[in-house]
Design a protein around this ligand. Structure first.
Ligand code: PMP
Length: 399
């Protein structure tokens, strides 16, 4: 029998191509990766993790490897509930769902809240990992701009009023990153947090509050989470990826007992990475966590300072940006007519990668922006990378 391979009718919701090109994915080790939204491997609590992994096995034997684990999952949930109190989130462990990274929490939230054709509203710019998840739930996506105080909630309010007036569908979900937004680096003001929470009750939508970078504050300041103002209409997400290590694949969702029970059904009776949770439980009990966080923040703060100084020295008035007070990213704004996508490839060939702005928008816009990440590189790499980027930009301007 001869086999004829027919084209397969894959589900349309699965994209045929990945959104990033090689220049942004930057897999070459010769290239300085400002495109990576990745923590520096030097900052992982490496020795602590080594000991924690061994201790998880030695203390609990094979139980640590069972579906339910040996108690680690409960310890992790308790730690998350306690830590969340710092953001004025008052919850019991029943309201915490531990997931395979916060990316899975976004997916489970989207699947719980959205039917095909429902409306999801996002920030412009926004995190593309969330957008592709909403798209795979077949949601219709609309975006709203941010400014230096985060999402422009007044525009959300106007759009809601307009939708009611015209009898258009209201959003089921508004996705928002209140702290050190990816890619904008901005923080949502207290007043806007309150207002967005109020609107969620008034218009009956859920806020998906993605707080992946909250612990990486360079000022020590914290605002209350949006969750604290609308606990029945917010699903709050965060992750160990940026503060322990992404390879441990542990994130979490916090919500009302009702919504968390619904999200939990996707686990089909199992739990996320039980062995990872056993390791995390050991680590969290033994690591001086505040010292660890302080060291992380101080490392990232220095990297940010070096990038800010290098940008000023190499670009002068040619780019503008807000200095981020936490997180991983600097969001550049070039003059009006610049298209940063046109020098991504040249920059890559010169030895530096970045992500051009349009990749962070759901509509064709944002070409004059670029996202640079200062989290992964050494200070020396940052200085060199910004010089190379300036050369690529000058060559583009001259062409
Ligand atoms: N949310 C945001 C804003 C992110 O930047 C990321 C990772 N870059 C994630 C969620 C997902 O992270 P993880 O699945 O590793 O927790």
């Amino acid at each position: 029998m001869t086999t004829v391979l027919q084209p397969f009718p894959y589900a349309k919701r699965v994209p045929a191509v990945t959104p990033m090109g090689a220049a942004q994915a930057s897999s070459s080790s010769d290239v300085i990766p400002f495109s990576y939204g990745t923590p520096t491997s030097d900052a992982f609590p490496y020795d602590g993790l080594k000991e924690a992994a061994l201790k998880a096995i030695l203390d609990h034997g094979r139980d640590a490897l069972q579906y339910a684990g040996a108690g680690g999952p409960q310890v992790v949930k308790e730690w998350i509930a306690q830590r969340s109190a710092l953001r004025s989130i008052d919850v019991t462990t029943e309201q915490v769902l531990v997931t395979y990274g916060s990316q899975q929490a976004i997916d489970y939230a989207a699947r719980t809240l959205l039917e095909p054709g429902d409306h999801a509203w996002v920030e412009a710019p926004t995190y593309f990992g969330a957008v592709s998840t909403f798209r795979s739930s077949e949601a219709l996506i609309t975006s709203f701009p941010i400014d230096e105080d985060g999402l422009q909630v007044d525009l959300i309010e106007k759009a809601l009023e307009e939708a009611v007036r015209r009898k258009h569908p209201l959003p089921k979900l508004v996705y928002c990153m209140p702290n050190f937004q990816n890619p904008g680096g901005v923080v949502l003001s207290l007043e806007r947090r309150r207002k967005l929470a109020e609107l969620a009750y008034q218009y009956n939508f859920f806020i998906l509050e993605d707080d992946a970078y909250v612990e990486l504050t360079f000022t020590g300041k914290h605002l209350p989470a949006i969750y604290s103002f609308a606990p029945e209409r917010v699903i709050y997400l965060s992750t160990f990826s940026k503060i322990i290590a992404p390879g441990i694949r542990l994130g979490w969702a916090i919500g009302s007992s009702d919504v968390i029970r619904r999200m939990n059904t996707f686990f089909q009776g199992s739990k996320a990475s039980v062995f990872s949770q056993e390791i995390a439980a050991q680590l969290l009990q033994h690591l001086p966590f505040d010292d660890h966080l302080e060291a992380l923040a101080s490392r990232y703060r220095s990297s940010r300072d070096v990038m800010v100084d290098s940008l000023k020295a190499n670009f002068g008035e040619e780019v503008s940006f807000q200095v981020p007070e936490g997180g991983f990213f600097i969001w550049l704004t070039f003059p009006e007519d610049v298209d940063t996508g046109r020098f991504v490839q040249d920059a890559y060939e010169r030895g530096v990668s970045f992500i051009d702005g349009s990749k962070f928008f759901v509509r064709p816009e944002g070409a004059r922006h670029a996202r640079l990440s200062f989290s992964y590189c050494t200070e020396e790499q940052i200085r060199r990378g910004v010089r190379l980027l300036a050369e690529a930009y000058q060559a583009y301007q001259a062409s």
